[in-house]
Design a protein around this ligand. Structure first.
Ligand SMILES: Nc1ncnc2c1ncn2[C@@H]1O[C@H](COP(=O)(O)OP(=O)(O)OP(=O)(O)O)[C@@H](O)[C@H]1O
Length: 307
């Protein structure tokens, strides 16, 4: 006896024919909307974490700049509606212009990365008090109400946790994969695992983990200082997806965040910049093996729809 969801998804597939992939059919059977590609955007990579303050925005900004340094056409969407930090990290504060022809926002660019954030659309001291549906429509607007293309990769920085933004993104956009960021703290690991499970349930692939602030390197003697017990790190490693890179706690990284020049731009030859380059290279390799957007369009029968 077939599971009812499998039966419905087969029926949907028969109705839509080859335009609908198995994955899309499964989503629709579960009552989830069809994910529409973003016009001109090849791949969407979400940077997520369970806890706040673990370095997600730092990783998103430096990863985006590293991809750009490898020659990719890159965008960076700040989906943290309540606590946007990309304008500060990327030093982009101007309000985006709007294209009169199609009424789409034109994301301002810095360090060869097109950036868009709620922080550019609200005054710096203005607080946002919104409920879930408004937050979800704001994410839709930033995602689909902008002239992103042509882009190889759109990096999306998300708020901590597994709230409305994550759900909205995974339901409406064809996310190619997720990079998780966590420190080895047990509390951070536990919520990051929860976030990973949510993405898995929604059928979004997890590329791996950026471990942050596990250690530091002394500038004078190059000695490595570990901040966590081996057993804590082992537990975190066991619970979380495969590690892509492990970033040190470093004063230059902190300072660069404050001054709006990502560390991979300010100190391109540093060891931590090399780690970001390695991350960008590894993810590029994964993307190169994925089906291209034309194939994805074929699979989803999609084009862009204004959100
Ligand atoms: N490896 C690091 N070395 C030194 N400072 C770091 C490092 N990673 C992040 N930081 C600092 O930690 C603070 C928090 O980082 P960031 O804003 O990237 O975290 P977040 O997870 O995006 O936070 P939020 O959840 O609030 O959006 C920032 O001041 C940043 O400069």
């Amino acid at each position: 006896m077939l599971h009812p969801l499998v039966r419905v998804s087969r029926l949907l597939r028969r109705f839509y024919g080859t335009k609908l992939s198995d994955h899309q059919a499964a989503l629709m059977a579960r009552g989830l909307p069809k994910r529409e590609p973003i016009s001109g955007v090849q791949d969407i990579i979400v940077v997520a974490s369970g806890k706040g303050g673990v370095g997600k925005s730092t990783v998103a900004a430096n990863f985006a700049c590293s991809l750009a340094r490898l020659g990719k056409r890159v965008g960076l969407l700040d989906a943290d509606i309540f606590g946007p930090s990309i304008p500060l990290l990327m030093n982009v504060h101007s309000e985006p212009l709007v294209n009169d022809r199609n009424n789409l926002m034109i994301p301002p660019q810095n360090y060869n990365v097109k950036c868009l954030s709620m922080g550019m659309l609200t005054p710096p001291d203005g607080s946002i008090i919104w409920r879930g549906p408004l937050v979800m429509s704001a994410v839709q607007r930033l995602l689909k109400g902008a002239e992103w293309g042509p882009l190889d990769v759109l990096v999306v920085d998300t708020p901590p946790g597994t709230g409305d933004v994550h759900l909205s993104l995974s339901q409406h956009a064809p996310i190619t994969g997720v990079i998780l960021v966590s420190t080895p703290h047990t509390a951070a690991v536990q919520v990051t695992v929860r976030g990973a499970k949510m993405y898995e349930k929604l059928g979004v692939p997890i590329f791996g983990l950026v471990e942050n602030m596990r250690y530091s390197i002394c500038e004078n003697c190059s000695q490595r200082m570990e901040f966590f017990k081996d057993s804590t790190c082992a537990r975190s490693q066991e619970a979380l997806p495969r590690k892509l890179i492990s970033l040190p706690l470093d004063p230059h990284i902190a300072e660069c965040c404050e001054t709006g020049v990502p560390v991979v731009i300010k100190h391109p030859d540093s060891d931590y910049s090399k780690l970001f380059t390695q991350l960008a290279g590894d993810i590029t390799d994964i993307l190169d093996k994925q089906p291209k957007v034309a194939d994805k369009d074929k699979a989803t029968g999609g084009g862009n729809s204004e959100g």
